[in-house]
Ligand binder design. Structure first.
Ligand SMILES: [Zn+2]
Length: 151
């Protein structure tokens, strides 16, 4: 089977989040057949919910659609390295593969910081592929935060 990245869908969700005034991060859950099951962008401000990260919203929506607490055989695409909270949610949901874009030195919890999947207490670690369309994600985040500083 030819690899088809769904990062473009995640980037569109990130863009939409930025347009809503949220930090531009997007996530997509894809099933084993290569179909998008759920997609989401950050909504922490809109929902007054610090846990409403794109990954958490996408995982919740995918689980609801499947009627299951687990996403066996599913892939998650996210534009930015997941934080420790999202990495724990990814482990709990049993996502098979995690594809992410830019690394996040400030809040990342996969390749740095808490390195959630590296702990013995982590019951499931997905295969991780980083740097997917990282430049596009970084440019979006940079523009967003530059705009914030500008007023
Ligand atoms: Zn997060």
């Amino acid at each position: 089977m030819v690899f088809r990245s769904f990062m473009d869908v995640a980037l569109r969700e990130a863009e939409a989040a930025g347009a809503r005034g949220e930090v531009p991060v997007g996530a997509v859950v894809v099933n084993a057949a290569g179909e998008v099951v759920a997609q989401a962008g950050n909504r922490t401000r809109e929902l007054n919910d610090p846990t409403a990260h794109a990954e958490v919203l996408a995982i919740r929506a995918a689980c609801a659609a499947l009627g299951s607490e687990r996403l066996i055989g599913h892939d998650l695409y996210v534009t930015l390295e997941p934080c420790a909270m999202c990495a724990a949610a990814i482990a709990a949901s049993r996502v098979a593969r995690l594809y992410y874009g830019a690394g996040d030195p400030k809040s990342g919890g996969v390749a740095q910081g808490a390195r959630v999947f590296a702990h013995a207490q982590c019951h499931h670690a997905p295969e991780v592929y980083d740097g997917i369309d990282a430049a596009a994600s970084e440019a979006m985040l940079k523009a967003f935060f530059a705009g914030k500083r500008g007023g």
